[in-house]
Design a protein around this ligand. Sequence first.
Ligand SMILES: [Fe+2]
Ligand SMILES: [Fe+2]
Length: 216
Amino acid sequence: MATLRPLDPPHKGIRNALSQLSLAAGSTAASDIAAVEALVTLCIDVLDFLDEHADFEEKYILEPLEERVPGAGAADHAAHQELETKVQGLRDLLTSLTSTPNQDTIDAFYTEVVLFQAAYLVHMAQEEATTERLMMEHFSDEELIGHQIAIMGETSFESLLRMFRFIAPARRLDENLQVMQAFRANAPEPAFAAVLATLQSAMPAVQYNALIDALG
Ligand SMILES: [Fe+2]
Ligand SMILES: [Fe+2]
């Protein structure tokens, strides 16, 4: 039985991302053009983050699990297809947000975002209750770490920064410290500096300063 929970970091990051999106959608006035543009940019970032997560989940969770527990990935795979339809629906709404930026459009968008958030939260809870448990039962920590290394290898630096931006503020200090110590030991200095800058803008000052202090 593995001790690593492979879905814990991305799911915490997704909960953070979806919270930011619903907060922004509910507090944006149509008359504030800059805020509408920021809302659209955030929404694209969040949806890209979700699409990337679903792709990695298909490749490094559902496919390997199917090999050891045939049929175990079917429900999540079907859920991913349903959620992808909703993601596409939100992407389509973004077009109307920029072409006809009135308050009714934004209010309707907010409602859709909140319903999507609810559906996605349920999906993640189901994955954690079933799929993640099965991964831990049928794979070793070494194998799960191997999957994580493979995912990192397939992630562009831009996507990596987005992962840090959404995931790190949602995790504990000791977890972030472990990740950042490993990153500092293996990444070039400019990459480490870019991640720190991302964290500084994504985290409350208290959380960021505690991490910097712990890193020494
Ligand atoms: Fe999923
Ligand atoms: Fe997931």
